[in-house]
Design a protein around this ligand. Structure first.
Ligand code: ATP
Length: 269
């Protein structure tokens, strides 16, 4: 058996517009990943090396996966997504084989962005990963081999994510490997407002819904929390609506359904 049941290759449909806030982060990713793929002549002329690997770090739910998909979409690249823990396979040799398969699929389908989510689950500093019988180390060493073997012309870029950059095996972060580091911060008020816009843009909002106020009230919330608030607010609206009409009335009344500020307030509490 292979370590991975199947390696899925896709062009994601996520765009920059789906990512609220994070203007600086988007710009970094555009320059680091999109430009070399889009303007190889410029990099050639200026004798600049295209990045092979980017480490995105930041707390959970801040949009790292979303950003990686958007950068793949915007640079018209294929996308292969692997969760770190998926690579850990207890059969000796299978995990390394998994890594090799990922990179060979990536080359076949280039331009490709290879996304390693939760890389810290495998690539922790030697010895810190207790009880994994060395499989983490073997996967890391295979990853290093693949990264070192990538030519910048091959149009394969690795994006790895972690919530704990301090735990990452420093060998992975050396020049020519995951040497570009992009911070994905907890959103500030302005960014939260943008994220609320993203997650309410297709919802019928009542006039009293004040996204600025919601952004103010959600200090410390990350994108995933805001998405959950918007979902819960809609759920509140649906509950109220469905409770107020008969099944026969739904069709003609559904156009009047609105998500109100109260629905949001209840979702927050
Ligand atoms: P983890 O570290 O837990 O994997 P992550 O940083 O990769 O988290 P995502 O998976 O990208 O976070 O985000 C989870 C969900 O939260 C997304 O599908 C999206 O709906 C929402 N979300 C997070 N950040 C943003 C954002 N900046 N703009 C819009 N939606 C966001």
């Amino acid at each position: 058996p292979s370590a991975l049941r199947e390696v899925f290759v896709e062009v994601p449909d996520t765009t920059w517009e789906d990512v609220g806030g994070l203007a600086d982060t988007k710009e970094r990713l555009r320059e680091t990943i999109q430009w070399p793929l889009e303007y190889p002549e410029v990099f050639e002329e200026l004798d600049m090396q295209a990045a092979k690997g980017v480490l995105m770090y930041g707390p959970p739910g801040t949009g790292k996966t979303l950003l990686a998909k958007a950068v793949a979409n915007e640079s018209e690249s294929n996308f292969i997504s692997i969760k770190g823990p998926e690579l850990l396979n207890k059969y000796v040799g299978e995990s390394e084989k998994g890594v090799r398969e990922v990179f060979s699929k990536a080359r076949e389908n280039a331009p490709t962005i290879v996304f390693f989510d939760e890389i810290d689950s495998i690539a922790t500093e030697r010895g810190k990963n207790s009880g994994d019988s060395g499989v983490g180390e073997r996967v890391v060493s295979q990853l290093l081999t693949e990264l070192d073997g990538l030519e910048s012309l091959e149009d394969v870029v690795v994006i790895a994510t972690t919530n704990r950059p301090d735990l990452i095996d420093s060998a992975l972060l050396r020049p020519g490997r995951l040497d570009r580091h992009v911070h994905v911060p907890v959103p500030d008020e302005t960014a939260r407002r943008r994220i609320f816009e993203v997650h309410t843009r297709n919802k019928p909002l009542a006039d009293d819904v004040d996204l600025d106020a919601l952004a103010r009230k959600t200090e410390g919330y990350v994108g995933a929390d805001i998405e959950a608030v918007a979902r819960e607010a809609s759920m509140n609206a649906s509950r109220e609506f469905i409770g107020s009409v008969t099944r026969e009335e739904v069709g003609e009344s559904v156009g009047n359904v609105r998500v109100t500020m109260e629905h949001f307030e209840d979702a927050l509490s």
